[in-house]
Design a protein around this ligand. Structure first.
Ligand code: GLA
Length: 697
């Protein structure tokens, strides 16, 4: 069965994923209307659904059918997805259908304005191995003389079917507290989720999930969407008092205006949508599968255990100190050594040197070669921290090119962390940035870059440019292009996305990076929540998680090493502590725990994730890979000193007997599903355990 079907009599398209269907139709006025998003149905059934959509009830109501990409004009009063103004002052659009074509799972529907030279293509892409539907749009100015003003150009609008109630799940946070999952009733209002910061942001992540208020981790219908964009974005969720819940989203925040030059076409990023019937857990697993198969470039590669110097040394890095850390890291079993901030220019603190990407001659008198060589001799790969989009005013770069930063005439240049943002929308700035990165990677055969961005945009102007708001698009596109080019020219290079921790995690950046620095917060208790939120959309194999020192640098909380490890082992394990200060006992324990991680790593990084909740404060993650299972369970506090009840597992086969690879204990799958896995948790707070189960025989 082809993935896209068309019924010419009813002008209806049906897109099919493995277990779901999405239907749209062309209305009499040639607008594309939503019909169905949910369980599989046939073309005939979809036609019936379309015919049942009733006309508007009164002159005060919008039409009952939902637009696939609402424009301004006609009886439309909800948030528009496409807002344009033509040179003569006319706003709004009236479409004429101009045809469609299907290329495998890619459907393009072409619409032309009836009078003006505006053309639109609605893109839909489905594939045989995922229920995720990718949608985006192309707007084109077909005139050869006059620009068109674009006030909004979203990638897609989505609609949940009629329900009595609607609830939205989304991710909020701040620096050090990213990915906090919130679930709230959808207000009868327009609710805006947005970043005006030029990066995805710590504060909101461009993912949301809508359900009718009854879905749980393992049951219920969930409609979720994620925008693949790493700059400013906006998603407007609209619950109509008499109608449906819909949401429209795309790049840019409100108030930006773009000019579509004569002959120009603008492609929006992908806004992907997923319907699942098995609760929030099934939604996450389907997203994880999609990210692996359709977003990441190296999904089958096992991410190395890394060491990062930041929490150990701060800006105080030099050849001798880093070599000493590297030796300790290697002796623990670390596979990739990453030197963080402080290695370049006059960078002795966050006030100076950013932008001067040459090794500091005092700290690295012979350049980076001796360190890189020693790291490799120790059997590790070598990585470096960079922050290519930023500059300290106190730097040679800024002194030479004060006009390269985002700025506005007659406005102060707001400094955050003593730095300004380079305008990578400028071809010269972008070219320079690519050139030094390319030289750096080539000169030292760099295996890994931690690509940071430590402040949002302010005074985001582009003096002298005729369409200055373009920088909100062009900067992000330039970041993408530089990463893509570096990766194409240096196939061994892997990149970690970071923006002061998890400020730039999204499907757009994941298409050109390999993992995300989830949060600067490495406190394992806080991390349980952060990782829970992160896992809603992103798989464990991209979730960077370090073990650092106790008490924690940010929260001052003291936790046992084992607990810190067990939390970090749920993702891509890294070590970020000051190894020079770890005791022999700690180092010995770390060796064992890193070795244990390497044993479970294929299951964690390539398996399927199930979020489990035990009783009291116990939470756990179970990873399943074939018939192998890994359970990581954490109990931050133990109120009343009560023992924890056995933890009921999922996804094990009832008829199979499993052996705990550590203790040798065996359990029938039916028992693990029914009464649960008894957990051998130490007493007291910050108790945790790791259980690795393999079938017997
Ligand atoms: C950001 C990152 C940290 C570290 C510092 C270095 O805050 O999130 O991990 O790299 O920058 O300045």
């Amino acid at each position: 069965m082809p993935p896209v079907l068309f019924d010419p009599d009813h002008r209806l398209w049906l897109l099919r994923g493995p277990t779901t269907a999405y239907a749209i139709r062309l209305a009499d006025d040639d607008t594309v209307r939503h019909v169905h998003w949910g369980a599989t149905l046939t073309l005939t059934e979809a036609v019936k659904v379309a015919e049942r959509i009733s006309p508007a009830a009164s002159s005060f109501e919008a039409v009952a059918a939902v637009d696939e990409l609402a424009v301004e004009g006609g009886a439309r009063f909800g948030p528009p997805s496409l807002l344009v103004r033509f040179a003569d002052g006319t706003r709004g659009v009236q479409w004429r259908y101009a045809g469609h074509d299907v290329d495998g799972g890619h459907l393009r529907i072409r619409l032309h304005d009836r009078h003006y030279p505006l053309r639109l293509t609605l893109h839909y892409r489905v594939c045989a191995d995922s229920d995720v539907i990718e949608r985006w749009t192309t707007v084109e100015n077909h005139d050869d003389r006059t620009p068109i003003t674009v006030l909004r150009c979203d990638s897609a609008a989505w609609a949940a079917p009629h329900r009595t109630d609607y609830r939205v799940s989304h991710l909020v946070g701040g620096w050090n507290s990213e990915f906090q999952l919130r679930r709230t009733d959808v207000a009868v209002a327009e609710t805006v989720f947005t970043s005006r910061r030029g990066v995805t942001s710590h504060h909101a992540n461009p993912w949301l999930a809508v359900d009718d208020g009854t879905a749980g981790e393992e049951h219920g219908e969930v409609w979720s969407t994620a925008l693949a964009w790493s700059g400013s974005w906006r998603i407007t969720l609209h619950r109509d008092p008499v109608g449906r819940t819909t949401w429209t989203g795309g790049f840019g925040h409100e108030g930006l205006t773009w000019s579509l030059a004569p002959g120009e076409a603008l492609d929006t990023p992908v806004f992907a949508g997923l319907y699942t019937a098995g609760g929030f857990g099934a939604a996450s697993r389907a997203w994880h599968g999609y990210v692996r198969r359709h977003v990441l470039s190296h999904p089958n590669e096992t991410r190395p255990v890394l060491y990062n110097s930041w929490e150990a040394t701060g800006f105080d890095v030099d050849e001798v100190g880093q070599i000493a850390l590297a030796a300790r890291a290697a002796s623990l079993g670390v596979e990739l050594f990453v030197m963080d901030d402080g290695w370049f220019g006059a960078r002795t603190g966050d006030h100076v040197g950013l932008g001067d990407w040459v090794p500091n001659p005092v700290r690295f008198p012979n350049g980076l070669r001796p360190l890189a060589a020693e790291v490799r001799r120790l059997g590790m790969r070598f990585g470096l921290w960079v922050e290519p989009e930023m500059v300290n005013p106190d730097s040679d770069l800024y002194r030479a090119h004060p006009d390269w930063v985002l700025h506005m005439t007659n406005r102060d240049r707001t400094e955050l962390r003593n730095q300004l943002v380079l305008n990578l929308g400028r071809p010269d700035t972008a070219e320079w940035t690519h050139a030094w990165l390319d030289r750096l990677v080539a000169a030292h055969d760099i295996d890994f870059l931690k690509w940071d961005a430590n402040r949002p945009f302010t005074e985001a102007g582009w003096p002298g440019h005729g369409d200055p708001d373009r920088l909100w698009i062009e900067h992000t596109r330039a970041v993408y292009r530089i990463m893509d080019r570096l990766r194409a020219d240096h196939p061994g290079l892997r990149i970690e996305a970071c923006a002061g921790g998890g400020g730039r995690a999204d499907l757009g950046i994941l298409a050109r990076t390999d993992q995300v620095w989830t949060s600067d917060n490495t406190d394992p208790v806080d991390r349980i929540d952060i990782q829970h939120g992160f896992s809603q959309l992103y798989p464990a194999q991209v979730m960077g998680a370090w073990v650092t020192d106790s008490p924690n640098a940010a929260t001052a909380r003291e936790t046992p090493l084992r607990f810190r490890f067990h939390v970090a082992m749920a993702g891509v394990l890294g070590i970020g502590g000051d190894l020079a200060a770890w005791t022999d006992d700690e180092l010995k324990e770390a060796v064992e725990l890193i070795a244990a991680y390497k044993r479970i790593r294929p299951v964690v990084q390539h398996g399927t994730a199930y979020r489990l909740r035990g009783d009291g404060t116990l939470t756990a993650v179970q990873y399943a890979h074939g018939d192998e299972h890994v359970v990581l369970a954490w109990c931050p506090t133990r109120p009343y000193g009560h023992a924890t009840a056995p933890l009921r597992l999922t996804a094990v086969r009832p008829e199979v007997v499993y052996r705990d690879t550590d203790t040798g204990a065996t359990y029938a799958g039916a028992v693990l599903l029914g009464s649960g896995l008894p957990l051998d948790l130490p007493s007291g707070d910050h108790a945790s355990t790791l259980v690795h189960l393999r079938p017997v025989g």
